[in-house]
Design a protein around this ligand. Structure first.
Ligand code: ZN
Length: 328
């Protein structure tokens, strides 16, 4: 009897300590602030090994370049084979992980996802060059009520600084409408300028290039996508000088070497910015990428439970001015 009582007490204590991290029935909410809603393109639908950039090849312009992605590992991530499979996987994952996404990309796909899961999809629209959309068209889109975010804005791929005056009127619209803006700064993988993006410049990913834009638009709320990787010193200095700038961890957390990712994230936290780091994946075509990316945060043994919750949820709630009680 006594043994049974001890066992019962043990089980109750174990159940209680478990309940502190996992409420019954539902995992704690997660917000992924960087998801691309894309049509499945069969020529790009290839397998991918996470952290594939741990082995940068030696190259020569007279030789054929190695494939951008690497599929040489025991368990490469599989791409979705159709738009329907993609949507089903994304919806199932969001529900199972209690996850909300900030998504942008193909307008048709985005509308389908939003229709299927209105409470779990926050829609964004990006402008990276004035050739893509007129200021009036952008203003109309932002006024339609469908979009709540401006992103992904990626002038770096167009050979433009984010402070280039040709983009200023678009940012003025976002500032006036109180819309948060996500700007791609930094990483582009191996050989981006040689492969498909001839205008891409590494130097146009420098976080300091945001300073003039921020000075012109003091009410603009921006988050630096990819955390300006690998320019940690400029990133920290920019966030120190501009109190409303946040970052996301998208892209580099599943592509660069894991020791490098953790060193970068640890440095941001160590510098005091744990309240301004948001979780994001840069999700594109591999449904299991959500779990792969979450595992990086889960396994960051230098972060406390509260620091992980800030990154996975609380910071995004604050940044996007959401109501935390709606995510329970
Ligand atoms: Zn990006």
């Amino acid at each position: 009897m006594k043994t049974r009582l001890v066992l019962l007490i043990f089980l109750l204590v174990a159940a209680r300590s478990n309940a502190q991290t996992t409420p019954p029935g539902r995992p704690l909410p997660i917000i992924d602030v960087h998801v691309h809603a894309m049509k499945v393109n069969t020529s790009f639908a290839v397998e991918m090994c996470p952290w594939f950039l741990r082995d940068m090849p030696g190259g020569d312009p007279n030789q054929q370049m190695r494939a951008f992605l690497n599929a040489q590992c025991v368990d490469p991530l599989q791409p979705a084979k159709s738009d329907a499979e993609m949507q089903a996987s994304v919806l199932e994952t969001m529900k199972r992980l209690n996850m909300t996404i900030v998504a942008y990309g193909d307008p048709q796909i985005l509308r389908q996802w939003k229709k299927a899961a209105p409470d779990r999809v926050i829609a964004g629209i990006g402008v990276s060059s004035p050739n893509q959309m007129t200021v009036q068209a952008f203003t109309d889109s932002m006024s339609s009520g469908f979009y709540q975010v401006m992103g992904e804005v990626a002038p770096q791929y167009q050979g433009l600084s984010p402070s280039d005056m040709s983009l200023d009127a678009y940012f003025a619209v976002a500032e006036k409408q109180n819309v948060p803006v996500g700007i791609h700064m930094g990483t582009g993988g191996n050989g981006m300028a040689n492969l498909t993006q001839a205008s891409y410049r590494a130097s146009l990913g420098r976080p300091f290039l945001l300073e003039d834009l921020l000075a012109r638009h003091p009410k603009l709320k921006i988050w630096v996508m990819h955390a300006g990787y690998p320019m940690i010193d400029e990133m920290i200095a920019l966030m120190g000088a501009n109190a409303y700038v946040y970052v996301d961890l998208a892209g580099f957390i599943w592509s660069y070497p894991q020791a490098e990712i953790h060193a970068y994230l640890k440095r941001l936290v160590q510098a005091g910015f744990g309240k301004r780091i948001m979780y994001g994946t840069d999700f594109m075509i591999w449904p299991k990428l959500f779990e792969t990316s979450l595992s990086v945060i889960e396994n960051a043994d230098y972060l406390s439970f509260d620091q992980k919750r800030d990154i996975l949820f609380n910071n995004a709630v604050r940044f996007f001015r959401l109501d935390a009680s709606k995510f329970k």
